[in-house]
Design a protein around this ligand. Structure first.
Ligand SMILES: Nc1nc2c(c(=O)[nH]1)N[C@H]1C(S)=C(S)[C@@H](COP(=O)(O)O)O[C@H]1N2
Ligand SMILES: [Mo]
Length: 521
């Protein structure tokens, strides 16, 4: 009796394992076939990408903020991992249902396919053919599930056979074939997508013209060498924030920018025409409105581009068009105030960073960069369209989520060293150092406060202009063992002192003083 109970327990366990395997292999084949088909449709039509994109659209703004807060620049990896986990859980359940009755499992596959299809046909900038990878992937999954259930010998009505697997060897062979199919189609599909769509080859062949107005040579001493964060951000470390799960691959040969709306003359610029314009090169610090006090969503680079204001003037933007609504190839919309873009600052139609074409993730072939404005109200990557309009008439993507339609960058300062919670030696000098920014206004003073005592002035590094962040440093010797609270505050060149009032990043940028604790021992 006990023996039989035990046997049926093992039996049940084995059965659910077999079901799980069937489900997972079916799902893997669906995704693999989806990738192969997406290589013929377009990479953005891959099933996981369409679901992810739809999810981003559906996600309420507070959850998006939570995701950026917790995952930062890894938000996309986190989203895709989440989708894979949900698919896997669902696949396990569908596979187990299929062992009971094949139609139950197939219904699960169909349901999942329907969700995918719905996503494919409703994300922004979708095309009708985007549904094909999901449909064909779903059909393949159904076929694999049916075959595996059959080889498991579980598709016969009536009492189940003695063991779970009528023919273990046949089932394992079937599973191996399915796994192979999934791997070959998945990896092959991704490789084929790259081969057909990636513009990294075209990008590598480009040589940008030298600027007619180069960035002045850097003054010595922009780097105090103490902060641990270099004044110059290498491209690989430049923060990245966007909604592009599948990074737009725009061939410069086919790129063009249309400027229209409330203008005297509509303009269309090709990449060649843009490069033929006088190019200027400037150091500009870009930052994200989602950057929290002390956060890292801010970077500094040497950008190369044409003056956006000149192009706008040629188009003859009407005086009452207070907003320039920029659209990217993946239908992101970003609205910037016309007056700010045309007030003489170095607003760029940027084509390069450090003299080389923009990295693809940073907007290749052309993006906008405006000193003094957050990315979400200015720095449109993969830009293809600029419409002169009004703030009253059109609301850009982030504004629809409740972010402020218009705002300047907040005055901010950050302590980069020592790290929060670090141990420092008693009686020996340490450098408290970091960076501060208020682009296009500039930083004039940095003060540090230790344990609520008087504010101590820090040493400021040099900067080439007011459009970049500025390093600062204060040597400090902890007098005795114990824990110390260290705060920093900046004053800008307009005389404004950074506020200590704590406000969240939403809806127009965080305020408050970066505060850390160090232990001296
Ligand atoms: N096409 C497109 N452009 C975009 C975004 C986006 O999601 N899509 N995000 C904006 C935001 S919120 C910021 S902070 C900057 C970031 O630019 P980076 O990724 O090059 O640092 O790009 C802006 N431009
Ligand atoms: Mo941003």
């Amino acid at each position: 009796m006990g023996d039989r109970l035990e046997q049926s327990g093992v039996h049940r366990l084995e059965r659910s394992g077999v079901g799980a395997l069937i489900g997972l292999l079916s799902a893997a084949v669906a995704l693999g076939v989806g990738e192969i088909v997406a290589a013929f449709v377009r990479p953005a039509a891959s099933p996981v990408i369409v679901v992810g994109n739809r999810f981003i659209l559906l996600t309420p703004e507070p959850i998006k903020r939570w995701a950026i807060r917790n995952f930062g620049t890894s938000d996309k990896t986190a989203l895709l991992s989440g989708i894979y986990v949900v698919i896997a859980v669902f696949a396990v359940l569908a596979g187990q249902a299929a062992l009971h009755r094949l139609v139950y499992g197939l219904a699960g596959v169909a349901l999942f396919g329907a969700i995918g299809g719905y996503c494919a046909l409703t994300t922004s900038a979708h095309r009708g053919t985007d549904v094909l990878p999901t449909v064909l992937g779903t059909l393949a999954a159904g076929a694999v599930m049916a075959v595996l259930v059959r080889t498991a010998g579980q598709d016969q009505p009536g009492p189940p056979p003695a063991g779970v697997l009528a023919d273990r060897r046949r089932f394992l062979q079937g599973s191996a074939v399915a796994a192979g199919l999934a791997a070959v189609s998945g990896f092959g599909g991704r490789a084929a997508q790259d081969a057909r769509y990636s513009v990294s080859g075209a990008r590598a062949k480009l040589v940008l013209p030298a600027p007619s107005d180069p960035a002045p040579p850097l003054p010595g001493g922009t780097d105090l060498g103490r902060s641990g964060v270099p004044w110059t951000t290498p491209n690989k470390d430049f923060y990245r924030i966007d909604t592009a799960l599948s990074v737009p691959q725009l061939d410069p040969e086919h790129w063009s920018l249309r400027i229209h709306g409330m203008v005297d003359r509509e303009i269309t610029l090709t990449y060649r025409q843009l490069l033929a314009r006088p190019l200027i090169e400037r150091w500009i610090t870009l930052c994200c409105v989602s950057n929290e006090i002390g956060g890292g969503l801010v970077s500094n680079a040497r950008f190369l581009g044409a003056r956006l204001a000149d192009v706008l003037r040629e188009a003859g933007v009407h005086g009452d068009a207070d907003q320039l609504l920029m659209t990217s190839s993946d239908r992101m919309t970003i609205g910037a105030p016309t007056a700010v873009l045309m007030d003489g600052r170095d607003a760029l139609l940027a084509v390069g960073m450090y003299g080389a074409p923009l990295p693809i993730v940073h907007g290749f072939p052309v993006r906008v960069v405006v000193p003094g404005l957050y990315g979400y109200v200015s720095a449109c990557k993969w830009v293809v369209d600029i419409e002169a309009t009004t703030f009253a008439r059109r609301r850009a993507y982030w504004v629809q989520g409740g972010w402020a339609a218009q705002t300047d960058i907040k005055l901010e300062s950050r302590i980069d060293t020592p790290h929060n919670g670090a141990a420092v030696p008693v009686g020996r000098p340490v450098a408290i150092a970091g960076v501060a920014w208020d682009q296009h206004v500039g930083i004039s003073r940095i003060e540090v406060q230790i344990d609520g005592a008087d504010w101590l002035p820090a040493r400021l590094a040099t900067v080439p202009s007011t459009d970049t962040w500025r390093q600062w440093m204060l040597p400090w010797t902890p007098p005795k063992a114990g824990s110390y609270t260290v705060r920093v505050r900046a004053t800008d060149r307009a005389g404004t002192v950074q506020t200590a009032a704590v406000r969240d990043v939403y809806p127009d940028g965080a305020t408050g003083l970066h505060t850390i604790t160090v232990r001296a021992r």
